[in-house]
Design a binder for this molecule. Sequence first.
Ligand code: HEC
Length: 108
Amino acid sequence: MKKIALLALPAAFALALTTNALADGAGVYADNCTKCHGDDGKGATKMGTKLGCKDYSTAAVQSAITDDQAFKSIKEGLKKDDKTLMKPSELSDEDIKASIAYLRTLKK
Ligand code: HEC
């Protein structure tokens, strides 16, 4: 019994790592970002309008931000004066990167 458990453990661990690495950007975005930025990245949702989300379907808005800056703002949160625009994310680094990659695809 003990031997089987010891063999199964690394396999489960490897599977978890693989699933993580293949993080589905569209899914991460849908679950964590659409509420504000919208399915289309335009930010025309109730929350997005209230908080002043920019239109990420436009090239101008997309090119104004680097992936590194986007990552930092999502990971550490984004504030304007003392108003919180985005809370620091609890997503893994891989998921944050995947969600940014997906956001990039929303540029028309
Ligand atoms: C509570 C609403 C909310 C959620 C949820 C949210 N954002 Fe934002 N986000 C904002 C607002 C407001 C801004 C500032 C205006 C703008 O750039 O659209 C912003 C800014 C950004 C920026 C630009 C950051 C910068 O430094 O200028 C990126 C990129 C971004 N969000 C991506 C995401 C992604 C990807 C997710 C999901 C993982 C997400 N946001 C979740 C509201 C939100």
